[in-house]
Write a protein that binds this ligand. Structure first.
Ligand code: SF4
Length: 426
């Protein structure tokens, strides 16, 4: 049963509904109910309590024909449009996307795998990215200028990416430059190297490209930090404090050398001496999906399923990563399950759509999400087959809807930071 079906059954109290709850009754509503709200809103799901900044992209109203069409009609129209468009379109689906959308994807993967997949389909004039905004930006920067990258719902942003905007990071950088200067030390290491997680805006990737910095993913964060330490006395890591802390801690960096920079406080809420002693300055950002996982959930899983293997994503808080058996990217989790002996039991700390799909794909194992409540990524959840049908039929009619374009002035330095990452061998 898909996560969306489970949510609908739970909301209606119907027979066959899973014996769990959801984090919001609004999950049962269609995403277009939130497109029309007067202020930007992430919608129901894990990010629903995060404040969406005014600059968060908004989606205009989806035409009524797509809002009222039954699922069977949308299915027929999506398949017909796909067939009419043939190889001129490629649909990419993120691991965290709902099954009702993923079933139409030509490729399913994490953000970086999907951006690479886009570059490998050079015949595709249109790339429909069923993920979130920063992923579509990356695909646009890595694809050819002739290819149009389309995000079916523009409100599919990312609350974590929104926690570090270019103005706040530039302000932080200016303060750090005031404190440390901009001259390298005797061994040629710069005072600070900026490192941005892939889950960030193109503007921040461009910032890193311009300031001797680099991009990382959850798969290569340690190798990238190694690269940065060779070139800098310390690292400014944004937007995800947890990935930065978990990675640097595993590399032996003491916690007291990892101060947090809160952009809403003077000097980031820290002090000059702490910054001088630092090795990694962590931005005050987090993923609201992975923040939901707790040590208590792990303890309960171990009590209920002796011998369970607990794997969590490194965007989880440090105590959760420490209490788990392993931590790794979505791809790591998938490969670990794939390689396990039949009959294994896994408790997984990552987004529910992915965990649910893994449980269906590997019936020989017992696989469950650590979070006892159904709470998908709010922004991935903003994409629904109705939006997919709308952008596909637009293409059939020769109209490119919801195109994501990164200006050259941003894309060029961002590609520098991305290429530095590609050159790093994990
Ligand atoms: S799971 Fe977290 S980091 Fe990923 S898109 Fe959703 S909010 Fe952003």
């Amino acid at each position: 049963m898909s996560v969306t079906t489970a949510i609908q059954l739970i909301s209606r109290g119907e027979a066959g509904a899973p014996a769990v709850g959801t984090c919001s009754p609004n999950l049962a509503r269609d995403p277009w109910a939130f497109d029309a709200l007067p202020l930007p809103d992430y919608g129901p799901g894990a990010s629903m309590h995060d404040a969406a900044p005014p600059a968060t992209p908004r989606q205009g109203e989806l035409p009524e024909a797509y809002r009222t069409a039954p699922a069977e009609e949308l299915d027929r129209r999506i398949l017909a449009a796909k067939e009419a468009l043939g190889d001129s379109v490629v649909i990419l689906g993120h691991f965290y996307q709902r099954d009702e959308v993923v079933k139409y994807a030509d490729f399913v993967g994490d953000s970086y795998q999907l951006a690479r997949a886009a570059t490998e389909r050079s015949s595709a004039e249109a790339i429909i990215f069923c993920g979130v905004h920063f992923m579509a930006e990356t695909a646009d920067m890595l694809s050819t200028p002739q290819q149009a990258v389309i995000l079916p719902n523009l409100a599919a942003g990312c609350s974590m990416a929104d926690m570090a905007d270019i103005d706040s990071v530039s302000e932080c950088w200016d303060q750090l430059t005031e404190l440390f200067g901009s001259e390298p030390d005797a061994s040629g290491r710069q005072p600070v190297i900026p490192v941005t997680y892939m889950n960030s805006s193109a503007a921040l990737k461009g910032f890193c490209g311009e300031h001797g910095g680099i991009v990382c993913t959850s798969s290569n964060a340690a190798a990238v930090l190694e690269w940065a330490f060779e070139r800098g006395q310390r690292v400014l890591f944004f937007p995800d404090q947890h990935l930065g802390r978990n990675t640097a801690k595993a590399m032996g960096v003491p916690l007291e050398q990892m101060p947090m920079w809160n952009p809403r406080k003077a000097w980031g809420g820290t002090d000059e001496q702490t910054l001088r002693d630092s090795r990694v300055i962590l931005w005050h950002g987090f993923c609201s999906v992975h923040k939901r996982f707790t040590v208590e959930q792990i303890e309960k899983a171990r009590a209920d399923f002796p011998g369970v293997r607990v794997i969590v994503h490194p965007e989880c808080p440090m105590p959760v990563v420490d209490a788990a058996d392993e931590s790794g990217s979505t791809d790591y989790i998938r490969k670990a399950i794939d390689a396990a002996a039949p009959g294994s039991t896994f408790a997984i700390g990552t987004e529910i759509n992915m965990v649910n799909r893994l449980a269906a794909q590997y019936p020989e194992h017992t696989i469950f999400c650590l979070d006892p409540v159904i709470c998908p990524c709010s922004t991935m959840y903003r994409i629904h087959p109705g939006y997919l049908a709308w952008v596909l039929e637009g293409l059939v009619e020769g109209r490119v809807l919801n195109r994501i374009t990164v200006p050259d002035s941003v894309a060029e330095p961002a590609r520098v930071a991305l290429n530095r990452m590609l050159a790093v061998q994990p």
